[in-house]
Design a protein around this ligand. Sequence first.
Ligand code: GTP
Ligand code: MG
Ligand code: ZN
Length: 289
Amino acid sequence: MAEGKVIRAISGFFDIYDTGVVRRCRARGVFKKQGVTVLVGDEVEYEPIGQQEGIVNSVKPRQTELIRPPIANVNHVLVVFSYVTPDLNLLMVDKTIAAAIIAGVTPSLVLTKRDLASLPEAEQVVDIYRECGLEVVSISTKEASSVDLVRALMQGKTNVVAGPSGAGKSTLANALAPGLALKMGAVSEKIGRGRQTTRHVELFQLDAETWLADAPGFSQLQLNVESRALRNYFPDFAAFDCPYRGCLHMDEESCLVKAAAESGQLASSRYENYRQIYQEIREREERMY
Ligand SMILES: Nc1nc2c(ncn2[C@@H]2O[C@H](COP(=O)(O)OP(=O)(O)OP(=O)(O)O)[C@@H](O)[C@H]2O)c(=O)[nH]1
Ligand SMILES: [Mg+2]
Ligand SMILES: [Zn+2]
C-alpha cells in the first residue's frame, strides 16, 4: 500500500501525487456506499496499478475541511477579492474570512487590481482588515513586487484561494508558478464579473513545503454555525468587553461592540456585516424549527 495526496478530482478520477509522480486513480466502491467523498488535499492510501494508475483505499483523518472551495488539509486561505471588476463586496469578504476561521484555518486578505482602484479607498479597506489582525496585501497581479508579497505570505503553508469569479485568483496562481499555464478569464464588461473560468479545485506544489490550490470563484456563501455562535468567528470583536457575557452584539443595551462601531473604534462595515450575517442565519434557523 502506498500513500499520496489528492491534487485534482475530475469526473470520478483522483490524481494522486506521491513523491514526484502523479497517478490517475479511482476510489474504491465502498466510498460511495459509506457516503465518503474524497477531497482535493486529502492524504490517502492507495494501491498502485502499473506505472500511472491506482485505486484509493482509504482517506486519512483531515486536519481541516473547507466547504467553499471544497478542499481538505489547507492551513491558510488567501481571501482574494478585487477592488473593482468585480467591485469589492465587503459582506462577502467578511463571510469568507469567517468561513475560514470556522474551519480552523487562518485567513489572509489579498486585494487585487490596485492598478484600477482609487488609492484612498484602497487604503481604507487595507486598514479595516489590518485592524482585525489579518495580514493584508494590496496588489496588482502584473507587478513582480506584488507577487513577492503574496509568496512571502504563503511560504511553508498549504494554501487555497477563495473569492469571487474574476478576482484574479488564477492570474495570481500563474504569476506565483509561471509553469502552470492555468486558464484565466476576461471579466465581462456587461455584468462586471468573471465567468467562472476555473472549474476545478487543483493543488500545486510550489516548493518542498509550500502548496497552492487554485479554485473556482463563488458569489454566495452560507456559514454553517448557529447564530449565537457567530460572534466567536469575529475575533476582533473580543477586544470590546461587553459587560453581559452572553452578548450577541445585536440590540443589547450595554453592547460595547455596537458602541465601538458607532464611535468609529470598530469599522462600521464589519459590524453591519456581522448583523446582516446574523440575521441570515436566524432566518435559516427559524425556517428549520
Ligand atoms: N487590471 C488588472 N487586471 C487583473 C489583475 N489581476 C487579474 N486581472 C484580470 O482579471 C481577469 C480575471 O482573472 P482570473 O485570474 O481569471 O480570475 P479568477 O479569480 O481566477 O476567476 P474564476 O476562475 O472565474 O474564479 C483577467 O482578465 C485578468 O487579466 C490586476 O491586478 N489588475
Ligand atoms: Mg480562475
Ligand atoms: Zn455586545
